[in-house]
Design a protein around this ligand. Sequence first.
Ligand code: ATP
Ligand code: MG
Length: 453
Amino acid sequence: MLRRILGKVFSGKSLFKAAHPRVIARKVHGIERDHISRGATQTCETLQKSGHAAYVVGGAVRDLMLGRAPKDYDVATSASPEQVRALFRRSRIIGRRFRLVHVMFGAETIEVSTFRGSVEAGAVDSRQATDEHGRILRDNVFGSLEDDARRRDFTVNALFYDPVREEVLDFHNGAADLKAKKLRMIGEPTLRYREDPVRMLRAVRLAAGLGLEIEHGTRKPIRALAELLQNVPQARVFDEMMKLLLSGHAAEAVRRLRKEGLHHGLMPVLDAILEQPLGERFVMSALENTDRRVNADKPVSPGFLFAALLWHQVLEAWKKATARGVKTMPALFEAMDQVSQEQAEKLAIPRRYSADMKEIWALQPRFENRSGRRPFTLLEHPRFRAAFDFLLLRCASAELDPALGKWWQSFQDADPEARTEMLVAPTPGDAKKRRRPRRKKRVAPAADAAPTG
Ligand code: ATP
Ligand code: MG
């Protein structure tokens, strides 16, 4: 009780709290042991039986306390990576910057990390290194449970759940912040962002995904420090962006990125696009569409997403090339190459995604053709579905006449005979009179229809 009162008096002074975690009992934290992954509880039990401390940590505890199902489970332990490795037959040590152990249970992988500590300020230690901006390059100094809690990013991410005792340890008032829907950095925010600028992106992603408000002091330094993200290796920023885009809250997260001034230089695609009204509408509806799919547990193709994010840059380059007199398809390919090359310099989109992305783009002009055999061939294309969904996005953003999307929807739904009936005459002059006359609504021929962006 005394501790609780003092905890309140000293709230914000993490040193005091760090030494005395608040112990939250089962009926308060509400986590049901049975709802936790077997792999996570088994990992903790095995480690504890061998005399080590072991807790479920991080996002999983936070999500469980919010009544959400965690995506994955992390375990923190006093055992060294080698000791963990020796206890689990199906496990391996990974990572350089941050060594940890993956323990496998069937299809599930539990990430087990040894409690992190830090070397004394000013001390030189090969296990921990920073660059000239204060960014942590290596972080393999081990420490105590308290040290580990202090090195985590946000208070709500520093909750430790012991599945054996069914208790949550809270060193930094994370449970109270969670209840108050606040995302608060542990320690001094500016310093913590300098150590790892990706924390700025994490703040925005977590806040958007969990419906939390970024606490004032945590939020304030972001704008001024945003440029530090330029020093982070591309692959890490890419991973974090993928997490954000596939979180099921991408539209909200991108809105918040802009609000915090984080979209510039982060994803060049966002820079260029969000500035133009048509592009913005397109990107936001692509993100909303992705969010709906993620939340309905439908698969989302990153290739599709990148195709959408970059489309308006392609459109613009396509328009320019046709204006120079290049024919529709060669102009589109030229634009595609140009945009993917520019992107490759700034954001390393893995080849497997960029191949899908280009295929989706390349199929677009083929939707303009609704006569003869061509619509039937397109329907059988293995990427038809993705390309069609993409067409619908273009229609929804007013780039194309929605009638074109509707036509393709009906064409797919119709039986073969009715499909033939639906075909549009190749040119007005030579077509026989059909029952359904050619509609005015046909979107203008590809050459001038495409580059309207
Ligand atoms: P998600 O729901 O996306 O998995 P998460 O918070 O679990 O969110 P992870 O990347 O799985 O994110 O990280 C697990 C935990 O590791 C975090 O909850 C946090 O305690 C700690 N952590 C992760 N990244 C950082 C970081 N950049 N700096 C400090 N602590 C971090
Ligand atoms: Mg996690």
